[in-house]
Design a protein around this ligand. Structure first.
Ligand code: NDP
Length: 251
């Protein structure tokens, strides 16, 4: 038995058209999974799917919108016959001090990063149950553990993701569904490129704090995706695993 084999498994990756989601989708594709790449930008979706190969298809949806999520999940089931793996990865950030955040900015960050995971998980649950089990991978962050004056909304969503994961893990263990959170360190993506534009010192601050002495690359996220999506992690649930080059071990 190949513990890491994902052939005959269907995976949804939200935000799979770029950054960390694409790095994880590459891992799943290499392990044989059939992939549903979900994002709002059809052009980016198509480029990702072309790279990922014949077993990947793009689905345009805004994961903050419950009706679009339900429609996307039913389209995936129609196309591929079911769902085994869900990676709740889509996310965003608005870097502002709490006193400067508007209510709508707060909701935008919480809806994109946390409520979306609830909507997608709830929509996929009946399909996973019908298949006899499933794997849910939720994207947290170092801000699930630490924070800064600029990360109040973002960190609230990412701290919430850890507790959301534990809730799913306890509720759906009886359905053989494992839910885990992964906590990326600083990974080079569009999101963190924008952060570096806002804070020119950030690049060096990350290197200084990260024992591995480098930024993560999106392909650093491929292995954890395969592990948490495969039979190799069947007794692993409710965890929050750092993928951070040692960032969270360092002061
Ligand atoms: P990117 O900006 O490259 O990726 C964000 C992805 O989310 C895009 O694919 C985007 O696709 C998708 N997305 C955003 N909003 C929505 C929406 N409403 N509906 C559907 N898809 C959406 O950044 P990252 O790869 O860095 O971020 C991915 C995740 O990783 C986020 O949750 C982020 O918080 C998290 N993270 C990132 C870290 C890092 O260092 N980079 C560290 C820790 C966590 P589209 O625009 O087409 O909708």
């Amino acid at each position: 038995m190949d513990l890491f084999d994902l052939s005959n498994k269907v995976a949804i990756v939200t935000g799979g058209n770029g950054g960390i989601g694409l790095g994880m989708a590459r891992g799943l594709a290499a392990a044989g999974a059939t992939l549903a790449v979900v994002g709002r930008n059809a052009e980016k979706n198509q480029i990702a799917v072309d790279e990922l190969g014949a077993n990947a298809r793009a689905f345009v949806a805004d994961v903050t919108n419950a009706a679009e999520v339900d429609e996307m999940v039913s389209e995936v089931v129609k196309s591929f016959g079911g769902i085994d793996i869900l990676i709740n990865n889509a996310g965003t950030n608005i870097r502002k001090r709490p006193e400067d955040l508007s209510e709508s900015e707060w909701h935008h960050v919480l809806d994109t990063n946390l409520t979306s995971a609830f909507l997608c998980s709830k929509a996929c649950y009946p399909e996973m149950k019908r298949r006899g089990g499933g794997k849910i991978l939720n994207n947290g962050s170092m801000t699930s553990l630490f924070s800064s004056p600029w990360l109040t909304a973002y960190g609230s969503s990412k701290g919430g993701m850890v507790q959301f994961t534990r809730g799913l893990a306890t509720a759906w263990a009886e359905d053989n569904i494992q839910a885990n959170c992964f906590l990326p360190g600083w990974i080079d993506t569009d999101l963190t490129r924008r952060a570096r534009e806002q804070n020119p010192d950030l690049h060096q601050q990350v290197l200084t704090r990260t024992p591995a002495d480098r930024w993560g690359e999106i392909n650093d996220m491929s292995g954890i995706a395969v592990f948490l999506a495969s039979a190799a992690s069947d007794f692993v649930t409710g965890t929050a695993i750092p993928i951070d080059g040692g960032f969270s071990a360092s002061i």
